[in-house]
Ligand binder design. Structure first.
Ligand code: NDP
Ligand code: 8X3
Length: 249
């Protein structure tokens, strides 16, 4: 039976690489994001069947409409990669921008919940499925100025664990992947397009690549039915904790 995976945040970074890695394993792909042209570009590179869904995970109605409009032959989604997310800003709590807080909580937490709510009932009905939540080292520890981003990823950690408990016996697996520093558009978004600032995050050591995370996700979703990799922390070798990175600058 042909397998189908849905990847949120497939327009760049970890989501894009994950779509490619799952295509390599023969999954047909539902790729999601706000940037339509990026989805078209990704689809043109994939050698499997693709369905593109353009929606903002912050918009509950848009999520329900997009996921509710999935054609019948795409509805049996085997794997959901809850990846869409970002950091917005890096500042002390007393200096924080409330719009940035809203964005992180709405995208990283509520968006993940909206997508999950729309898709998991069908997995339960079929008695099989796999949800992979992209958390972060920021969901395992808190670092200075990371306050609300860390809170959003701690929420993902809790939701991941809660989901696994609640789905016991349904045949639906739940896994979390928690990366450390991965060079993607993440820091460019966090620093609002300041590429100089973003680049310094990844200088003086070898950061993880999106491909490294995609390889791990590919491994997790291709384990036998009786194996669930519940949680993983994946770091660049130079990184030992959120703010402890061995740099040779
Ligand atoms: P990128 O910025 O490269 O990718 C983020 C993706 O999320 C994009 O495809 C973007 O698509 C999508 N996205 C963002 N906001 C929305 C939205 N409102 N609605 C729909 N899609 C949205 O970053 P990464 O690939 O690094 O990030 C992917 C995940 O990995 C995130 O959850 C992040 O927190 C997590 N992570 C990243 C780490 C890193 O160091 N890079 C480390 C640990 C975790 P579009 O803009 O087209 O909508
Ligand atoms: C992304 C990694 O350290 O910037 O979640 O929070 S970090």
């Amino acid at each position: 039976m042909q397998k189908i995976a849905l990847v949120t945040g497939a327009t760049s970074g970890i989501g894009w690489a994950t779509a490619e890695a799952l295509a390599d394993k023969g999954f047909d792909l539902i790729i999601c994001g706000r940037r339509k042209e990026r989805l078209e570009e990704l689809a043109s590179k994939l050698s499997v069947k693709t369905l593109q869904l353009t929606f903002d995970v912050r918009d509950r109605k848009a999520v329900d409409e997009a996921l509710g409009s999935i054609p019948e032959d795409w509805k049996s989604i085997d794997v959901l990669i809850n990846n869409a997310g970002n950091a917005h800003g890096l500042s002390k709590i007393q200096d924080g921008n409330v719009d940035d807080w809203d964005a992180m909580i709405d995208i990283n937490v509520k968006g993940l919940l909206y997508v999950t709510k729309a898709l998991v009932p069908q997995m339960i009905e079929r008695g099989s499925g796999h949800v992979v939540n992209v958390g972060s080292i920021a969901g395992k520890e808190v670092y200075p100025n990371g306050n609300v981003y860390c809170a959003s990823k701690h929420a993902v950690d809790a939701i991941n664990n809660g989901m696994r408990l609640d789905l016991m016996g349904t045949g639906v697996k739940v896994s979390q992947v928690c990366p450390g520093l991965v060079e993607t558009e993440f820091s460019l978004v966090r620093f609002k397009g300041d590429s100089g600032k973003a680049d310094t995050v990844y200088q003086g050591y070898d950061p993880l690549t999106a491909q490294d995370i995609a390889d791990l996700i590919q491994f997790i979703v291709t384990r036998p039915a009786h194996v669930n990799i519940a949680d993983t922390l994946i770091l660049p070798t130079a990184q030992v904790a959120s703010t402890m990175v061995h740099k040779t600058l």
